[in-house]
Design a protein around this ligand. Structure first.
Ligand SMILES: [Zn+2]
Length: 76
């Protein structure tokens, strides 16, 4: 069972790059660890809409965390 991830707990460690009503994109500035695999991730996408196009993948590994307020996609 993964830890829940609350962006507000990490506000000061992550730079918000984009935010809309149904997506968010954050840059991990301080080695915040992924709640799924515990390794530091690179970017966090939050997908809150019912349908979302997956961000372009350059081959990096992703971890997914499905929470009540959206799907959290951690790119490593
Ligand atoms: Zn991970």
């Amino acid at each position: 069972m993964s830890e829940p991830f609350d962006i507000h707990d990490h506000r000061h460690q992550m730079k918000q790059l984009r935010e809309s009503s149904d997506t968010g994109l954050y840059d991990n500035r301080d080695g915040v660890s992924c709640p799924v695999c515990a390794a530091a991730f690179d970017r966090l996408f939050i997908l809150r809409g019912r349908t979302q196009q997956f961000p372009e993948n350059d081959g990096a590994r992703f971890c997914l965390l499905n929470q009540d307020d959206g799907v959290y996609l951690f790119r490593h």
